[in-house]
Design a binder for this molecule. Structure first.
Ligand code: PA5
Ligand code: MN
Length: 191
């Protein structure tokens, strides 16, 4: 069996994981196919606006049996009336699960199975969310501050972004009367 070095890392409530070996940032242009209000996306981009939506700091490994640890910071904001969110993905290796640990801010996690059944849980400090095998997951910042959470998942899970990019989630999380509301996605399943 391959052995890997133990480590410890510093995790702050602002989402910094130190040391990390991967930093991924996603801006509006990276998410143009994901937000439902295409006009709002194109308006912003045509004005030269390309805001940072989220950043992930990760300590990743490669071998089966290991765990990746990643901290996500989703900035507060909306595109049209849809709150900023992560792309969302299924795991390529279906029999893998994941745990999210809320660090700061408030948000929701949308989970969805292959049949389009949706499950929603809160992400906030002092709460964990368990994502069982087979569910796609997307995190949404419904608050006015940064949403920060830690994710722990098997290193060989893999990310399938294509299914969600093409089909979307069956539900959208939007602001209605100043508050988050879950609505049906009128474009769900349209490739
Ligand atoms: O492992 C996870 O599920 C998270 O660390 C996500 O990768 C992270 O929140 C970013 O989301 P996505 O990978 O959908 O862009
Ligand atoms: Mn995942």
């Amino acid at each position: 069996m391959m052995t890997s070095e133990p480590y410890s890392a510093k995790l702050s409530k602002t989402g910094m994981l130190l040391p990390y070996n991967t930093r991924t940032e996603r801006r509006l242009a990276d998410l143009r196919e994901y937000f439902s209000d295409k006009r709002a996306v194109e308006d912003a981009l045509s004005k030269g606006e390309n805001p940072l939506i989220y950043v992930v700091y990760e300590i990743s490994r490669k071998t089966e049996g290991e765990l990746n640890v990643g901290c996500t910071i989703i900035y507060p904001g909306k595109v049209g009336d849809e709150y900023y969110f992560t792309k969302g993905h299924f795991h390529v290796k279906e029999a893998t699960s994941e745990v999210y640990i809320g660090m700061s801010g408030e948000g929701l996690i949308l989970m969805q199975d292959k049949e389009g059944r949706v499950f929603i849980e809160e992400i906030k400090p002092e709460m964990i969310v368990y994502i069982p095998p087979g569910l796609a997951h997307r995190s949404v910042n419904t608050g006015r501050t940064e949403l920060v959470f830690l994710a722990i998942y098997p290193s060989d899970s893999g990310h399938d972004y294509e299914t969600i990019r093409k089909r979307g989630f069956a539900k959208l999380i939007v602001e209605r009367d100043g508050r988050p509301a879950v609505i049906d996605n009128p474009n769900y399943g349209r490739d």
